[in-house]
Design a protein around this ligand. Structure first.
Ligand SMILES: [Zn+2]
Length: 465
């Protein structure tokens, strides 16, 4: 708009003024870009010195967004990728290591180190898989010597399950399905392998095979039948919308697009999700392994599948579901929704599903890249409390009331935890939960206080406002 006014000035004097202004603007914007880039590079280098390659990579990535061919920055990005890959190798996370090694090779094609490391990672991965495989082989031989031995059979089933789950979580769904087939052949009266296979097919968007596996499992195990019936009904609704929709996959996400948004839109969604994954991995040490299914719906499709149109722009229920007509309100909204839903997915995948609702929502909102200013919602919260909202029954109880209040409380409570104990405190909490410690104990051990004590402190802060 502004530019059009400058383009048709009415007098020569105005024209000169306009030209000067345009030059100043162009110069300023170029200067801003340089300053920005220089600062980002310095910030990235600092992160590298502090052994925080994920943060460094994010800085270099932002420079490369603007100038993708910058050779020096590409080399630095490659070094950061190599560092991240090394950390994954140390934790035996070979699928992630391979991802970053490929990324390193892409940033710096002249260097042979990433390719060599990738070969090494493939061997390590095969060895790790080999331990699962040899456990199965050993138990098969044992069972051959003592056919019908129930204890050995049970161990063999457990070994099949571990191998299949390991393969699936490492991103090898096809391999997992082959193992599950062998398991089914060994234990045809056991519904577990069929339920696992059905879940993998469902995650892959293969509704037909999933339905077949679940039907067979229902016939075998009447106890699981009621649960599976519910899943099959839900799947039927999704199937009518999603079957045959185009899909697009990266190592970490598989996107289905029944809304017909198109390749450019889905590539964009994929890129934002990959950034969300890197960001949450580096700040909180949480990540998803197996590809997360992502489905992009029109408003109507979203409503038919979830019944949440008008109330949510996205949701996570094992798959990230996005309401495109809502997300299209703007770039910021889209990024916030994708980071938010991915944060839920990362919590569920990496920690445990048994986390209170307020923590899930607080964590998800905290990870939105453009959050509201804390003062805005702190004021809103203080208002709610003045109107007599009761926090004494715990923050989770707020979710039975107006959602805006519950979400605001969750957001503020989580932020207060980060302010008091740092992201490191949250990482320690996750580490305990990952080991299987229950929520209450993990909170007490990490923060030295019960959740109710923390909630008490939180309520006091807002009474003072
Ligand atoms: Zn949420």
């Amino acid at each position: 708009m502004t530019i059009r006014i400058f383009h048709q000035p009415k007098t020569p004097r105005l024209r000169r003024l306009a030209a000067a202004l345009i030059c100043a603007l162009l110069f300023a914007s170029r200067f801003a870009l340089c300053a920005d880039t220089g600062l980002l590079e310095k910030e990235g280098d600092l992160w590298m010195k502090q052994e925080r390659p994920n943060e460094a990579l994010a800085c270099y990535g932002r420079i490369l967004d603007k100038s993708p061919k910058d050779a020096a920055i590409n080399k630095k990005a490659a070094r950061a990728c190599m560092k991240i890959a090394e950390a994954h190798i140390a934790k035996s996370e070979y699928a992630d290591a391979a991802f970053f090694l490929r990324k390193a090779a892409w940033h710096n094609p002249g260097d042979s180190a990433p390719g060599d490391a990738l070969e090494r990672v493939k061997k390590l991965d095969a060895a790790a898989t080999g331990t699962h495989e040899s456990a199965v082989e050993q138990l098969k031989q044992e069972y051959g010597k003592r056919p019908g031995d129930a204890a050995v059979a049970e161990k063999l089933c457990a070994a099949y399950r571990d191998w299949a789950v390991y393969s699936y979580r490492s991103g090898y769904a096809e391999r997992a399905l082959v193992i599950v087939n062998e398991w089914t052949a060994f234990a045809p009266k056991d519904a577990s392998p069929l339920i696992l296979a059905g879940s993998i097919h469902y995650q892959n968007g293969d509704f037909e095979r999933a339905a077949d596996c679940f039907s067979r499992a229902r016939r075998i195990d009447p106890k699981a039948a009621a649960m599976l019936k519910g899943i099959q009904e839900k799947m039927g609704r999704e199937r009518s919308i999603e079957q045959g929709s185009r899909s697009r996959a990266s190592g970490h996400f598989t996107i289905f697009d029944p809304s017909g948004a198109g390749a450019i839109y889905t590539a964009d969604v994929l890129a934002v999700l990959e950034r969300a994954r890197t960001a949450i991995m580096s700040s909180f040490d949480l990540r998803t392994d197996a590809p997360v299914p992502v489905i992009i719906y029109t408003g109507q499709q979203f409503d038919e599948t979830t019944g949440q149109a008008g109330r949510a722009a996205g949701l996570y229920d094992g798959k990230i579901r996005i309401n495109r007509s809502d997300v299209e309100q703007g770039r910021q909204r889209m990024e916030n929704v994708l980071y938010h839903e991915y944060a839920h997915a990362a919590l569920v995948h990496a920690v445990s599903p048994k986390i209170p609702r307020w923590f899930h929502e607080g964590f998800a909102q905290y990870n939105e890249p453009s959050q509201e200013k804390p003062e805005t919602y702190a004021g809103r919260m203080a208002d709610f409390l003045r109107k007599g909202t009761d926090l004494s029954r715990g923050i989770d109880s707020l979710f039975s009331g107006p959602p805006q209040l519950a979400y605001t409380a969750a957001r503020l409570f989580f932020r207060q935890l980060v302010n008091s104990y740092g992201a490191d405190g949250i990482r320690r909490l996750f580490a305990k939960l990952r080991k299987g410690t229950d929520w209450r104990t993990a909170v007490k051990q990490t923060f030295g206080k019960d959740q109710s004590e923390l909630e008490g402190e939180f309520a006091k802060t807002f009474r003072r406002l």
